[in-house]
Each structure stands twice: as structure tokens, then as C-alpha cells.
Design a binder for this molecule. Sequence first.
Ligand SMILES: Nc1ncnc2c1ncn2[C@@H]1O[C@H](COP(=O)(O)OP(=O)(O)OP(=O)(O)O)[C@@H](O)[C@H]1O
Ligand SMILES: [Mg+2]
Length: 198
Amino acid sequence: MHVFGLTGGIASGKSTVSRMLRELGARVLDADVIAREVVEPGTPGLQSIRERFPGVVGPDGRLDRVKLGAHIFADPAERAALNAIVHPQVRAAFLQKLEALEAEGITHAVYDVPLLIETGLHTAMEGVAVVWVPREVQKARLMARDGLDAEAAEARLAAQLSLDDKRQHATWVIDNSGGPEATRPQVEAVWRAMLAHG
Ligand SMILES: Nc1ncnc2c1ncn2[C@@H]1O[C@H](COP(=O)(O)OP(=O)(O)OP(=O)(O)O)[C@@H](O)[C@H]1O
Ligand SMILES: [Mg+2]
């Protein structure tokens, strides 16, 4: 199985590019989706969280993300404790999904991970596509999509590794600063390059 990373920054266009890749027939695994699946009701992940962070499971048996967020928001040690529970579960689920794809005869897959580079996971990928836009475009799209003012958008951007830093680790940079019609051919070229591995 040839596995390639897809990443970018907040509102840089990861979901947009991921959709284009799927339209081309790529199988894209989404780390955010997996991270939600491993804490669904009845999972060992949720059980471990319930034991470590009492009160964060609501009466409906679901994880209360607002309450959990309050625990970990300003406390790196608590965040690390949460990650120590969730990350191994995500890793196991990811490998299981890869095996299922392999059983289907799939040979090339893409893993969409917002924090691919921050977590060092990019080094385990056969190649990395970074969805890049200039910072001002990123800020404007973030403000428009999430209804944020400039200050709130700046704060979110400042909390992340910049796209200019991330692109240093890219095998392929997808410049998403134009319209979708300018991005699509780049995505096609990247998918062709991925398929050429093997
Ligand atoms: N090429 C483009 N031209 C114009 N708008 C775009 C383009 N690509 C994405 N957008 C818009 O920018 C916003 C962010 O795009 P998208 O949701 O794909 O980013 P993302 O990287 O997945 O964000 P997040 O980190 O929050 O998941 C959306 O409102 C989307 O419609
Ligand atoms: Mg997204």
C-alpha cells in the first residue's frame, strides 16, 4: 500500500482538495473522522476518556466536547493525557482501514491529517501534498467561512505552524489561492504522481 499525506492549514482548502481527489477515484482517509469514530459511544476510547476526565460524557452517552475542551484548553498536561488515549486508538483504526482497502485491492491511498507535520507523521508518508495559500487569503477565507473578525482569525492562524513552514516539508505544493478551476488541474497532477509510485 502506498500512503500519501494531505495537509494544510485552517481554511487553506484541505477539504476542498480532498473532495477533488475523491472525484478522481482516490481513497482518502480522514484523520478527523477517525478521531470522532474512536470516541463514539461504546468504544474503548470513550471509556478511557470517561475514566480520566470524569463528567465529560453526557446523559446521552456521547462525548461532550465543550466540557472536554474546558479540561484541556489551557492545560498542556491534560491535553497530553487526552492525546495519549486518543492517538493509539486513531493509529489502530487507521491501520485497520488501510487493511480493509488493501483487501479491496486498493494500492494507493491518501491520509488527510490537519496536523500531519506538527505530529511528525509526514515522515511516515511516501509523499506529502500541502494545500497552500498566502496568509492573507487564508485569513480572509477563514473570516468569511467562520464569521470571525480579523483579530479572532489572526489568533487561530498564530496558533498553527504557518503554511510557509509546512510547504518546506511538501513533496507537492497545491496552490489553492485561485479559484477551484485553478486548483483542480494541480490536484489531478498530484494524484497522477501518487499513482506513479509503485
Ligand atoms: N479555491 C478556492 N476558491 C475560493 N474559495 C475556496 C477555495 N478553496 C476553498 N475555499 C473556501 O475556503 C474555505 C476553506 O476551505 P476548506 O473547508 O476546504 O478548508 P480546510 O483546509 O478543509 O479547512 P479546515 O482546516 O477548517 O478543515 C471554505 O469556505 C471553502 O469554500
Ligand atoms: Mg476541512
